[in-house]
Design a protein around this ligand. Structure first.
Ligand code: AMP
Ligand code: ZN
Length: 122
């Protein structure tokens, strides 16, 4: 799509700090992080919002969700069990539409984590 910043990143027309790429998805660091770890998981295909998804997108959405804990673990904010207690963790967030706080109308999943005290900012 013309004038879509994430399509331009997918096309290599503008740079991003990529941490994952495959045939369907890319992931990169958010340019304005809300926490020590803040990455976006973004499909290459231009889908404007979560509300535009249909059952045809189920596999893609599942792939996005399953990539989140993998990347969180690689970035040091995955959930670990130590002495029977869980530590670490991250938030996953789809902002959808104007009242949902969406600014970029190309589907993306925020993965937000890292040590407190960032918690609760979004
Ligand atoms: P949302 O409000 O869910 O649409 O969030 C869009 C996110 O994209 C914001 O957190 C922005 O900081 C981020 N963003 C915008 N442009 C870029 C960019 N060129 N590279 C990385 N992240 C970006
Ligand atoms: Zn796009």
């Amino acid at each position: 799509m013309d004038n879509c910043i994430f399509c331009k990143i997918a096309a290599g027309q503008i740079p991003a700090k990529l941490i994952h790429e495959d045939d369907e998805l890319m992931a990169f660091h958010d340019i304005n992080p809300a926490a020590p770890v803040h990455v976006l998981i973004v499909p290459r295909a231009h889908i404007p919002t979560l509300s535009d998804c249909t059952p045809a997108h189920a596999a893609l959405l599942s792939k996005m969700m399953l990539l989140a804990p993998k990347l969180a673990g690689e970035l040091g904010c995955g959930v670990e069990v130590r002495g029977g207690e869980r530590t670490g963790g991250f938030k996953t967030l789809f902002n959808t539409g104007p009242d949902g706080g969406q600014e970029v109308y190309h589907l993306h999943l925020h993965v937000i984590g890292g040590p407190k005290p960032w918690r609760g900012q979004r």
